[in-house]
Design a protein. Structure first.
Length: 426
């Protein structure tokens, strides 16, 4: 509304009350009208500014939601760039207003460490032998560098004649890292196309996945389309090896992981052993992701493995609560019934990313730490935010799995030569 109009209305509303008063009162009414005009103008300006701020924030939220998807498109690179540029153009106040279906201020604003410490391993000039390390991925820079890159570095050191390259299966994470940090990581298709274009002959794929679950299945399906593009292809075992039929089936891989994670946990907690921690009344809960896939029995097998090693104060949980006895409520009851008063939560995951920082250790009421504290059953609930990938014994396990896969290529070649020789004799 125009200032003159506002002033006229104010004067009209006060005319009756000043009709019997002197000129001084009339002048006062005019002064009040001027003040009202100024206040109305300021309020209008504030509203317009707030609306503009929200509009700018909403535009950024829409751009973030557009790249928060599992499928790469022809415009993904442009969309990632546009989202970051739009975010950088916001004021601090506008950034706090960003909210969408998946968008929040944390998408670009959360500090997860130095991205430059990582290596996307997406260079060409691969050579004939490629070792492709496939991970789900994480947008947490520190964990990506220490856990995933740590495994890749160990494999490159162990097999210098093989070029180590990387692929992530989570396009959502690839887009996040690219938009926020400018780090470009290949997805499975991009990595395999790169291998073909570089003339790779022998391809060994080492998944960093915990088990033969859904992510592993999707990886093998993607590889099937490229089998005839290489002279030989071998897939190494995931961390825990074969799944087995039921909860009682354990193996050397599960034993190695159980020992590795418990050794790291007790050391970080200041104990000499799991037994010493138990005497202190301390239990460790190792938290995995959980899955509806049949491979979820692997979590039950890890619980069996802990018991076989005599670790009565080790409990396996999962974020998804699958299997059911790994849900938070069930684990709380187990630990409580066992009589432990102190709990230490630690990830049973390759990386210490979103699940570890938020679902496990977050301040929200539905995090494992919060729910355990709210139960009132424990004197203390602490967390250790560290991925499995940084543990040397786990890296060694991947090195062993990769060796078996590389060796299998030679076995297949020898078998083919023997078969050809037998055919020739016939």
């Amino acid at each position: 509304m125009k200032n003159k109009t506002v002033k006229a209305l104010v004067l009209l509303m006060t005319a009756t009350t000043v009709s019997m008063m002197g000129s001084a009162s009339i002048f006062a009414s005019e002064a009040e009208a001027d003040a009202a005009v100024e206040a109305a103008a300021e309020e209008s300006t504030d509203t317009e500014t707030e609306d503009a701020d929200q509009e700018a924030a909403d535009q950024v939220a829409a751009l973030i939601d557009k790249i928060y998807v599992q499928e790469r498109t022809e415009t993904t690179d442009e969309d990632c760039k546009a989202a970051k540029e739009a975010w950088d153009a916001l004021t601090d106040a506008q950034k706090e207003m960003v909210e969408g279906e998946s968008a929040s201020p944390d998408y670009f604003g959360l500090d997860t460490g130095d991205a430059s410490a990582d290596d996307p391993r997406n260079a060409d000039e691969i050579g004939e032998n490629e070792l492709l390390v496939v991970s789900f991925g994480t947008s947490y820079n520190d964990s990506r560098a220490e856990d995933i890159k740590g495994i890749e570095d160990a494999l490159q050191e162990a097999y210098p004649d093989w070029a180590v390259r990387r692929a992530f299966t989570a396009q959502i994470i690839i887009n996040h890292v690219q938009a926020r940090d400018g780090e470009v990581i290949d997805n499975m298709q991009q990595a395999l196309d790169r291998a073909v274009e570089n003339g790779v002959k022998n391809l060994v794929v080492q998944p960093t996945h915990l088990m033969h679950g859904a992510e592993y299945d999707e990886m093998t399906e993607a590889l099937e389309e490229y089998q005839d593009k290489f002279e030989s292809v071998a897939i190494a075992e995931p961390m825990l090896g074969d799944v087995g039929d039921d909860a009682t089936v354990i193996n050397a891989d599960k034993e190695a992981v159980a020992k590795a994670v418990t050794d790291a946990a007790v050391a970080d907690a200041g104990f000499d052993s799991m037994e010493a921690a138990a005497e202190d009344g301390t239990a460790f809960v190792f938290l995995g992701h959980g899955t509806s896939h049949t491979a979820k029995v692997s979590y039950s097998q890890m619980q069996t493995q802990m018991e076989e090693l005599g670790f009565a104060n080790a409990f396996i949980g999962t974020v998804e609560g699958e299997p059911e006895d790994t849900a938070c409520e069930a684990v709380i009851e187990k630990v409580k019934e066992a009589g432990y008063k102190n709990v230490i939560l630690r990830p049973l995951m390759v990386v210490a990313g979103d699940h570890a920082n938020n679902d496990m250790a977050g301040s929200e009421e539905d995090s494992w730490k919060s729910m355990m504290e709210a139960s009132g059953a424990f004197e203390s609930v602490d967390t250790q935010i560290a991925g499995l990938g940084r543990i040397d014994a786990v890296k060694d396990l991947y090195v062993e799995h990769t060796k078996a896969a590389i060796d299998s290529l030679g076995s297949e070649e020898n078998a083919a030569e023997e078969e050809a020789a037998e055919t020739a004799e016939e």
